[in-house]
Design a protein. Structure first.
Length: 256
């Protein structure tokens, strides 16, 4: 009876050793798989942290660009007020000159010369147009939206403004004889490289301005200040390597 008990205990110990051996073999074989899984989870966690930091930087740069565009438009409005004052002064001078010409013409009616008196007529000139932003020679980050700000002015009134990129039509605006017209437009380049932005304005006489151009460079690792100057005000906007602002186009007109 004792011998049978000893045999049973021995068999149980042998079975326990077999179970422990099988568990050890299973753990030894499954360890590389677990290590690879841990490494994969660590890499995914690092990638997610990097994406989060990238998103935060994008939001900050977008906000900075929005504020810079608002400052550029406010500066353009100040320049418009100054230009309107200059236009009023010019109009007053023109009225005074016309009055003087009329007086001189009326006083010469007693002359024996029967030839018609010449009349003074103002020769219309082309309108003025400028690319306020981005600055010429600016280096901007690839993948970021480029904020283009254009201003045009003419005493006869602006009727059209056309934007081009590398001599190809980009945007056209029809204006109803505005003394000053400003527009803010977003453009995302297709890739890196140099691009030439152009602007041309047309006044109510059908005269077109010279094409004003600005050359910019799109680089994936650039960070350079973008500056512009209007009416004595200077605007500086630092472009980050990561920028994707979403600003709706804004149009402003100043009517006579």
């Amino acid at each position: 009876m004792k011998r049978s008990g000893l045999i049973a205990i021995s068999l149980m110990l042998i079975m326990l050793l077999l179970v422990l051996g099988a568990a050890f073999v299973f753990l030894y074989q499954g360890r590389p798989v677990l290590e690879r899984r841990v490494d994969a989870l660590t890499s995914e966690s690092a990638a997610l942290r990097q994406e989060l930091a990238l998103a935060e930087a994008t939001v900050m740069v977008s906000e900075a660009t929005r504020l810079a565009a608002g400052a550029a438009l406010a500066t353009a409005e100040s320049a418009a007020v100054l230009l309107e004052g200059q236009l009023v002064a010019s109009q007053q001078e023109a009225d005074a000159l016309a009055t003087r010409v009329t007086e001189l013409t009326g006083g010469s009616e007693t002359s024996t010369d029967s030839r018609p008196e010449p009349t003074a007529t103002a020769t219309p000139g082309p309108p003025q147009v400028a690319i306020v932003a981005p600055a010429d020679g600016a280096v901007l980050a690839a993948g970021a939206a480029v904020n283009i700000v254009v201003a045009a002015a003419d005493v006869a009134g602006i009727t059209a403004v056309n934007l081009t990129i590398d001599d190809e039509a980009f945007r056209s605006y029809s204006v109803e004889d505005a003394l000053l017209f400003t527009v803010s437009e977003n453009w995302t380049p297709a890739g890196a490289g140099a691009f030439t932005l152009g602007a041309i304005a047309v006044n109510s006489y059908g005269l077109a301005s010279e094409t004003i151009t600005t050359t910019i460079t799109i680089s994936p690792t650039a960070q350079t200040p973008l500056s512009s100057e209007i009416g004595g005000w200077r605007l500086v906007n630092f472009q980050s390597p990561i920028s994707n602002p979403s600003l709706p186009p804004q149009h402003q007109q100043y009517q006579r």
